[in-house]
Structure formats: C-alpha cells, structure tokens
Design a protein around this ligand. Structure first.
Ligand code: ADP
Length: 187
C-alpha cells in the first residue's frame, strides 16, 4: 500500500505521516528529511540542494528524481510506503507513477491535509522559534507557500481524476486528525 500525504508547508504532513507509518508498519520516505541529512553531512547532493532549500524554492528535479528512484527501490519499500514531501512536481509524479506501475503497484490513497493559510503561517512562525530551520525565515516561508500553490497543488487534480484523493481537515488535535485518516483508509 502506497499512501501520499499532500499538503502545504505546515499542514502536518510529517506528524501524521509518522503516526500512519508506525500504525501500518510501513517505511516513511521524506524528501525534506533526506535533503536535511545530505546538507548536514555536506554531501555533494546536499551542497547542490542548499541554496534552493534555504530560499524556500523547490530543489530542481535534476537532483530530486534520482533520490526518489533510489528510495522507492529500497527493499523496505517493496510492499508499500508513506510518501511525505513528494511527488511535488508533475515530473516527480510521473516518475512515482511509472516506477510503481513497473512493479504492478500504484498509489492507493492521497491524503490532502487541508489547513487555512492563516493557520499555516501561525504554525510556521511558532515552529521557526522552536526548530530554527534555515527555510523558516519569513521570506522563505512566503516562497514555500507560493511554490506549493503553483507547482504542487495542481497534482491534486491529476490524482483526483483517479478518485483517490481524500481531503482531511487539518485543524483539530493530532489525535483527531489521525483518527480521521484511519477512518478514511479503513485501517
Ligand atoms: P515543508 O513542506 O514544510 O516545506 P519539507 O521538509 O517537505 O517541508 O520541504 C522543505 C524543503 O525541501 C522544500 O522547500 C524544498 O526546498 C525541499 N524539498 C523537499 N522535498 C522536495 C521535493 N520533492 N522536490 C523538491 N524540493 C523538495
């Protein structure tokens, strides 16, 4: 079972993805975490990605596509995974669709975490104070929200045609939202 968690920055993808992955016993693949690890480790990929990341821009597909391919090919992800933070562009969606199709698999559910822009900004501001992520500056946050609307939100229509998109109200307690996700996917 492959489940994609989609939503704007600050919508709670990481939190809900973790709960879901643990409950279903599936690995969670998180491109943002992979990039942060690469940047901290100073790998060539991390160095290439950093300037885009820090400005809140998408890291180019030329860098990300190989990373996604490698992650999906890992033995742990053979029977399924929770995808957090990708696909984020049409080219990434195409790669995921194609890679899964080659294995006779597909994305089973897309969970769209729906949170108002006002609430997103409030959460990102308070997270910036706690975590101090390099892309939580006001400028980078504004860019990330714009990039989500421009490049990632259109994927909703792409997947909605297949009838696999579930809109999840992203405001409420963490437990309430997790409960709603459980109800939607039926396990
Ligand atoms: P958020 O959803 O809060 O922006 P993420 O950790 O998912 O947090 O992403 C942080 C940053 O990492 C993005 O702004 C982008 O620079 C980079 N990134 C993460 N995933 C991708 C991806 N699939 N494609 C391109 N860039 C990505």
């Amino acid at each position: 079972m492959h489940i994609l968690i989609l939503g704007a920055p600050g919508s709670g993808k990481g939190t809900q993805g973790k709960i879901l992955a643990e409950r279903l016993g599936l690995p969670k693949i998180t491109t943002g975490d992979l990039l942060r690890t690469a940047m901290t480790g100073g790998t060539p990929l991390g160095l290439d990605a950093k300037k885009y990341y820090d400005e809140g821009k998408l890291v180019p597909d030329s860098i990300i596509l190989g990373m996604i391919k490698d992650e999906l090919a890992r033995p742990e992800a053979k029977d399924g995974a929770i995808l957090d933070g990708f696909p984020r562009t049409a080219a990434q969606a195409e790669l995921v669709d194609r890679t899964l199709a080659e294995r006779g698999q597909r994305l089973n559910h897309i969970l769209l975490l729906d949170v108002t822009e006002e609430e997103l900004l409030r959460r990102l501001r308070s997270r910036a104070r706690v975590e101090g992520r390099t892309d939580d500056s006001p400028e980078a946050v504004a860019t990330r929200l714009q990039v989500y609307q421009r490049d990632t939100a259109p994927l909703i229509a792409h997947y909605a045609q297949r009838g696999i998109v579930h809109r999840v109200p992203g405001t409420g307690t963490v437990d309430e939202i997790a409960g709603e996700i459980k109800r939607i996917i039926g396990r």
